[in-house]
Each structure stands twice: as structure tokens, then as C-alpha cells.
Design a protein around this ligand. Sequence first.
Ligand code: DAO
Length: 182
Amino acid sequence: AQDCQVANIQTMPDFDKSRYAGTWYAVGKKDPEGIFLIDNIVAQFTIDEDGKMTAKAVGKVNIFNNWELCAEMFGTFEETPESGKFRMKYWGISSYLQSGNDDHWVIDTDYDNYAVHYSCRLVDADGTCLDSYSLIFSRHPGGLRPEDQPIVTQKKMDLCLLGKYRRVEHTGFCPNNGFIAM
Ligand code: DAO
């Protein structure tokens, strides 16, 4: 749907969280108001014993007036009737990091190479999104494979966010605390 109605956004049909588990490198990002994660964003999704999805993520953030540090974040995911739509509760390892409760929608993924994530924080009175963020994930830190790029571009269009993304760099700024090796 390209009517930009949040309610009409399609998510991944029959989303399989077990296949989604593991490491994803953010290679593109559309920022929300009051950007938090800047670059070097790596997320590790895990399915725990009772089948619930959780995540750890690292990323460079700016806090206390331009002090750059590597944030270590945690997220738990609540399932909804639509398999690709979750509610994400998230918090940082330190109290001065951001915490909150966001939608966490998996728009599309082939599980092995790319994934398109979307979160609308504020729906406008006309049904469009006033404050969203979206992450383009790759299994490969170097970026998307050329064959996945047209698919991802189409999804950015479907989200009405084409042209609003920036590239997310991976420079090794954030130590990966061992969780990258699986
Ligand atoms: O960067 O401004 C922003 C929005 C990101 C907020 C969410 C960060 C926490 C992520 C936890 C784990 C899952 C990917």
C-alpha cells in the first residue's frame, strides 16, 4: 500500500522468528524525532526456552552534549495477532540510556540476507505516521547484496519513506561483547 496509512502497512506474512534469530547489521536507518542510535548498530535476536523473542543491540549514541559512547540495549518482544507485528519493550544497560515501548514490525525478510524493520511512534489524525523509524538490516556487515536492493527499495516506497534513509556505518567503534560469534 502506498496510501501511507499506518493501518494499511503490510508486514511479513507467516513471520518465522526462529529463522530471524541471530545477528543483523543495520546498514540503513530512517531516524525518528530525537535520534538515539547513530551508527555501528548491530542487533542479536534470540528465541528463549518459552519461545519468546528477545534482543540485544549495540550502537553508537550521543549523550550529555556530544559525548559519544557505545550503548548496550536490551529488548523483549510481545507477540500480536499478526506474526510480523510485535510490541518491543527496550532499555539500556545504564539508566542514562533511552528506554521505551515501541511497535516493532518486520516488513519483509528473506531471513538469510536482508530484513526491513519499521516502527511508527505517533500516528497522525489522518492515519499517516508523524514519527517513525526504520532499520534496514543485513546479515552482512558490508551491506545489502545487489540483488536485494530493489526489494528493499520497493519496501521503502511502501512505507512512504523512500529517500529518508541514511547509510549506517560499521567502523568497529562498538565492541561486540562476543555476541556476534554464534
Ligand atoms: O535510534 O532513535 C533511535 C530509535 C531506536 C530505539 C530503540 C533502540 C533499542 C533497540 C533494542 C533492540 C532491538 C533491535
